[in-house]
Each structure stands twice: as C-alpha cells, then as structure tokens.
Design a protein around this ligand. Structure first.
Ligand code: AHR
Length: 510
C-alpha cells in the first residue's frame, strides 16, 4: 500500500478560519428563489411563503453569509422594483438569463428570510446598468435607522429596525462582456470608487468587495485586478474572484486535481494584491472574497467550456425558452466524482484561510447547487451537500501548516502528493480535524499523521465519502445513494489510517 505522511507542529500555522469561509449564494436565476426558498402555497411554506423544509436543510450547513441577488442578474436589476406591496411590483425582462422577473421577492423578503435562516446577508449592488446613486440609496434603505426618504420607506414596508447589512459587493463579474453594462477595468474602477464613496457616506461601517478578475482565458485576467486595485485599494476591504471547475474530457485525475487549479488561481490573486500593496505603499491588507466557487459541468449551458465565455454577449445559452418565469435551468445533477472534487476544493479553501476570508459555494439551491427542491414537492441533498456540510461543521479553528512526504501522482498541474489534506485545530473541543482526499484510483492509501506539541493523539472517528460508481447520484427516489459514512476505527490506536481508494475523508483526532 502506498503511504503519505503529514507532519504538523503546533508552532506552524497558516491562519484562522473565518466564520464566513463557508458561505453561499442565491441569485434570481431559475428556481433558486421561486420554488427554491420561496413558494407561497407550498404545504411547508410559512406565513412569509418561505419553504421551511428547504430552510431546515440550509440551516444544517451553518452558513456564514449568503450573497444576493446576483450574479449576472444584478447587473440589470433595480432593487426598487422588489419593495412595497407585492401586487404593485412590476414584471421585468431579466437580461442575464432571458427570463421574466416577477419581483415577488425582493430585498425586504430576502432580509426576512436570512434572519429566519440565521444567516447574514451579503448584498451586491448593480454597477452595470445601475447608478452609484441607486447603490447608495439601497444602503440608505437597508441600514439607515429612519428620518429620510428611503429609510422611512423601509419602515413603511414593515421593517422598523434597519438591517445593518455589513458586506456589500460592488457589482458582479464586471470584466465579462456578458455582463449588462460591462465596463473596462479603468471605467469600472472609476464607477466603483464613486459608488464606494457614496455608500460609505451613508454608512461608514460597511465592508466593500471590489470585482476582481475570475476567468483565466480572458485577456484582462489579473491586469484587471492591478488596474482596479490601483484606484480602489483605499476604499475596499475585499477583492472578489470566482472559480468554477468543470469535468470535460480531461480525465478523472485531472478533474479531481481541481483543488490545485483553485489554489493556483487564489495565489494569482494574492500576487496582484501584494504587488499593488507594495506599489501604492499601502498599509492595510485586502482580503480575498471567493464569492462564487463550485463544480459546474455546464449540463444546461450550450457552451463547450468556460473558454467560450470570451466575447460572449448573450446568456440565451440555457434550455429555457425566452422570457419564462423561474424556468428550471442550470439544475446540475451532481455525482460522487463531483462531490469528491468539491471536497478537494474545500481543502484548498481551508489551506488558504489566511487570505481567503469569504467563500460562497455557488449556488445554494436548485441552481448549480447542493440542494434541490421540487415545485410542490420535497427537498433533496445532492452528493455535493455532504463534503460542504462536513467542512462547515468541522472545519473551523486554526489551520495547521504541514510538511508532506510520500507517494505522489502526476497530473496536468504537476506532481502532487497522492493525498491532499487540510487540518484545523479547534481549541474549544481540543480536537484536530483532518480533511483528506485520496487521489489514488487503484488502491487504498495509508495516511500517517504526526503531531508535535499536541500531546498524545489518537484518531477517534473517520467519516468517508467513497464508492465504486463515480457516476452515482442522489435522486428523489434514492436520496441516500451518495452520503458520508462513518467507518469503524476499533482497530486504530494511533494516528495512522487507511483511506479507501478515491475517497474524501474527515478524521477527528482527540
Ligand atoms: O452562478 C452562475 C453565474 O456564474 C453567475 O450569475 C455569474 O456571476 C457567474 O458567471
């Protein structure tokens, strides 16, 4: 059996996991809002029309933030359409996904939903077709206590207390030609500076997220960040970036190794941040907000790969007809292999916890999501729900920095250890928790964990995600095809453990 050893010393730390590292995202897209979290008339809907069955499953994810309302959607969205009596709200053409937006759900509904779900909202403003004035008015509507036009309107609409929304995104993917109101880096920097200025005049305590670049195939990749940060550095607290991984024909090893691609992408963003910090002689550090990440296999996108995004000026690329209301689009069906890959990506997040302070799994429900609902029906946890739920529930604390030795494998991203792992120490429970992906496709691998300065340690639990059929998926008929299972560790009296071939594991060490 091949072996990999990870050695840890309690003096060598990467950083602390931020409570917002396990966050998610809900866009007005497909059935994320309508019949996802909101379905008046559903037998499990509460008095606000929120689906309590979906909310229970969401609550178990222990999310930090939920980003809303987009995504591409936000770049042509007028938040004022979604407030006030529902019968007066206009139906609008929605350009991002060629749908009709009924506006039956808006900012007040979202804040009410988030409060019930125990999640903090992170709101994106429209810096595509929207004005800087409208962005500042939204901050006023949400955060100002009262006595002004927009804050009094919020009170009139039922919320006496301000929402005090702390996190605000200055637009979405403004680098992309597919974005309504797409701008050059220079023009975006100028507009975002003005928006930041006005928004902070309304509420000086808000935290702002600038749009960074996300897509390596675009010629502006990273130049965008350099240009934008040159202007925006003093105004913002985070730079946003997105990363999707797709299973095309690259082979299992290369797809599974997506964790390394994500790591490279995060490191690229870090390098630009460091460059601008040095060049501008800045004092503060800007953190990374990876506000969209996931496996996205384009099952419902008529493009072959992310490369086709270059120059794209339409989003009529899904199975929907034009101008449908809440069409069932982008409803990815995730396999065991996808779940293993998501588990690997989560390991990368943890290992970059020193710089990545917010990360949103995109998305939360129905659209590219770990949770699926049926209209008038039930809720399903997809395979990817499990690794995400495990890291969110167990992956908090201080991330330890390892020294790694042993077997390796070759893939498109170079020669990598056969087991990719991330480890946190949780002071409160005095537990060390290891998340480990065994990339060995042929056989089990022995993982030898060594800890210095943590006293006597023993692996007390092993949770495993694995199986013979990598294509297996959860369905409403068979919802437990892919889940995490606890393995019997009665024979384990130390910190060596066998990881099944092609498996994602959580090890609890006491
Ligand atoms: O999450 C789906 C889409 O992916 C978002 O709307 C956009 O920001 C990204 O391109």
């Amino acid at each position: 059996m091949k072996k990999v050893s990870y050695y840890y010393d309690n003096h060598f730390k990467i950083g602390d996991v931020n409570e917002n590292l396990y966050s998610s995202f809900i866009e007005h897209l497909g059935r994320a809002v309508y019949s996802g979290i909101y379905e008046p008339g559903h037998e499990k809907a509460d008095e606000d029309g929120f689906r309590t069955d979906a909310m229970e499953v969401i609550k178990d994810l222990k999310l930090g933030l939920v980003r809303y309302p987009g995504g591409n959607f936000v770049s042509n969205y007028d938040w004022k359409d979604g407030i006030g009596p529902k019968e007066n709200r206009p139906k609008r053409m929605e350009f991002a996904w060629s749908s009709v937006e009924t506006n039956q759900f808006g900012i007040d509904d979202f804040c009410r939903w988030a409060k019930k779900a125990g999640i903090e909202p992170m709101i994106a403003v429209n810096l595509g077709t929207g004005s800087v004035k409208s962005a500042a008015e939204l901050v006023e509507y949400c955060n100002h206590p009262g006595g002004t036009y927009w804050s009094d309107l919020r009170i009139k609409n039922g919320s006496k207390e301000p929402y005090n929304i702390k996190y605000w995104c200055l637009g979405n993917e403004m680098e992309g030609t597919w974005q309504a109101g797409h701008l050059s880096a220079e023009d975006y920097a100028k507009k975002a500076c003005e928006a930041a200025k006005l928004m902070k005049w309304v509420d000086k305590d808000i935290k702002l997220v600038a749009c960074g670049s996300s897509y390596e195939m675009l010629p502006t990749y990273m130049d965008w960040d350099r240009i934008v940060l040159k202007e925006l550095y003093p105004y913002v607290d985070y730079i946003s970036t997105h990363n999707y991984n797709m299973n095309t024909n690259q082979g299992t090893s290369n797809f599974l190794a997506s964790y390394k691609q994500l790591d490279d992408h995060i490191k690229n963003t870090e390098r630009v941040l460091d460059y601008v910090k040095a060049k501008n002689k800045e004092e503060k550090d800007i953190k990374i907000c990876l506000d969209e990440w996931n496996v996205w296999n384009f099952q419902d996108i008529k493009l072959d790969s992310l490369d086709d995004l270059q120059g794209l000026t339409t989003f009529e690329v899904t199975s929907a007809e034009k101008w449908e209301e809440a069409p069932a689009i982008l409803e990815e069906k995730y396999s065991l292999l996808d779940a293993l890959t998501v588990g690997g990506l989560a390991i990368t997040l943890i290992n970059n916890a020193d710089r990545v302070k917010i990360a949103c799994l995109a998305q939360l429900i129905n659209v590219i999501a770990p949770i699926t609902t049926q209209r008038n029906g039930g809720v399903l946890k997809q395979s990817t729900y499990y690794p995400f739920s495990m890291v969110s529930n167990y992956g908090r604390g201080t991330v330890l920095k390892p020294s790694v030795n042993g077997a390796s494998y070759k893939c498109d991203f170079g020669e990598l250890p056969l087991v990719e792992a991330a480890t946190v120490y949780d002071k409160e429970s005095d537990e060390i928790r290891v998340f480990a992906l065994n990339c060995n496709q042929d056989e089990d691998t022995e993982l030898d964990l060594q800890f210095n300065g943590f006293g006597d340690r023993k692996i007390s639990k092993q949770f495993v995600l694995s199986g013979d059929d990598l294509e297996l998926r959860n369905t409403f008929e068979s919802p437990d095809n892919v889940t995490v299972k606890e393995k019997d560790l009665s024979n384990c009296d130390g910190t060596k453990v066998v990881l099944p071939k092609l498996s994602w594991n959580v090890l609890i060490i006491k």
